[in-house]
Design a protein around this ligand. Structure first.
Ligand code: GDP
Ligand code: MG
Length: 162
């Protein structure tokens, strides 16, 4: 059976955009506003001939209030079900308290994690990605889910831990 890869992160960091990038279609619903999404949850993904199931946690982003707690709760469920995690952070915003809370869950879970520093659309933003070393999850992979920049390297890193 295929390994399960959970894509977790705060609302609006680009999780669904990354799903679409990986599956090569626009099936996951991308929202400009954090909050309710109509995302399907599971997708068939493939990279370098390896198949896996991608789980987009976007469908569980139900309310914008108390987002800190909700994100942690959603993340916990997704992490439990996953063989590996793509943890997406918006590099242009940097790590927030909610991100730090997820890091604690990830540490406790001992699941393999690939840290995706998203919205690195150009060279100038690479320094923002490097700031995310501070999360203690190893190398932040600078990615632009929107334009495809860096996604191949991040997926190679995923296959290495899968
Ligand atoms: P999700 O809530 O984490 O699933 O985030 P979405 O995929 O719905 O994206 C939220 C917003 O961020 C949308 O307006 C996207 O177009 C935008 N976005 C996603 N990835 C990128 C990126 O790599 N660069 C930029 N500039 N915007 C992005
Ligand atoms: Mg989403």
């Amino acid at each position: 059976t295929r390994p399960v890869v959970a894509i977790i992160g705060r609302p609006n960091v680009g999780k669904s955009t990354l799903v679409n990038r990986v599956i090569g279609r626009r099936e996951a619903v991308v929202e400009d506003v954090p909050g309710v999404t109509r995302d399907r949850v599971a997708y068939d993904g493939e990279w370098s001939g390896r198949r896996f199931t991608l789980v987009d946690t976007g469908g569980w982003e139900i309310d914008a209030q108390g987002i800190h707690l909700r994100v942690a709760e959603q993340a916990e469920v997704a992490i439990d079900l996953a063989d590996a995690v793509l943890f997406v952070v918006d590099a242009t915003v940097g790590a927030t308290d909610a991100d730090e809370a997820v890091v604690k869950l990830l540490r406790r879970s001992k699941k393999p994690v690939v840290l995706v520093a998203n919205k690195v659309d150009d060279q100038r933003t690479e320094a923002d990605a490097a700031m995310l070393w501070s999360l203690g999850l190893g190398q932040p992979w600078p990615v632009s889910a929107l334009h495809g920049r860096g996604t191949g390297d991040a997926l190679d890193a995923l296959l290495d831990v899968l």
